[in-house]
Design a protein around this ligand. Structure first.
Ligand code: 5GP
Ligand code: ZN
Length: 173
């Protein structure tokens, strides 16, 4: 993968002055639409940019104001994403959620959503966090097939917890 640099001519109030002066560079996948938007090779309605992430409007918003927080460096999914960057994406997502509530957009609540892998609904394979304004009666929600949530026994919950803890390498006594 190649690396490229983009100038920051201003207009990003949260971006440190030195970054605006020096520009940014990061690893990109030229076949990836989000890399193209971040690198200004494709049009995007960019809201925020700093050395780690770029936030821009989703081209097919589920509600007005639906935006994406995207790491500047290309990683297809969460497995390859740096842990610090993963935390930072959530930090900026939180800031965006608060900001959406302060706008005149219809935003009574917010969903933060990240689809990791095609089975989870990921369709663009450059990790991204959705920030989705919500309001009463907007008709959105997780689709649950069948009868809805099941209620497993405590033994079943403990067994599943054990499987995950073993993979984590942790043993909570
Ligand atoms: P996913 O399905 O991977 O969780 O989300 C991908 C999101 O990217 C979708 O909500 C889709 O509307 C958005 N998207 C796909 N192509 C483009 C594009 O070219 N520009 C922008 N801004 N968003 C895109
Ligand atoms: Zn990419």
């Amino acid at each position: 993968m190649e690396s490229f640099k983009v100038a920051l001519p201003g207009g990003f109030p949260w971006c440190p002055r030195e970054l605006k002066n020096e520009g940014l560079s990061w690893v990109k996948d030229s076949s990836c639409i989000f890399c193209q938007i971040i690198g200004e090779k494709a049009h995007g309605s960019i809201i925020h940019r700093d050395e780690l992430v770029t936030a821009f409007m989703d081209i097919r918003p589920v509600n007005p104001g639906h935006l994406l927080v995207v790491p500047n460096e290309h990683t297809a999914d969460l497995r390859a994403l740096d842990e610090e960057v993963a935390g930072y994406i959530f930090k900026i997502g939180k800031r965006m959620a608060r900001t959406l509530r302060e706008t005149d957009l219809n935003c009574e609540g917010v969903n933060l959503h990240l689809a990791d892998g095609s089975a989870a609904g990921q369709s663009v394979f450059h990790t991204h966090l959705h920030v989705i304004p919500r309001f009463g009666g907007d008709g959105l929600g997780f689709l649950i097939h069948g009868q809805g949530h099941v209620s497993p026994s405590r033994e079943e919950l403990d067994e599943t917890a054990g499987i995950i803890m073993q993979a984590l390498g942790e043993d909570v006594a």
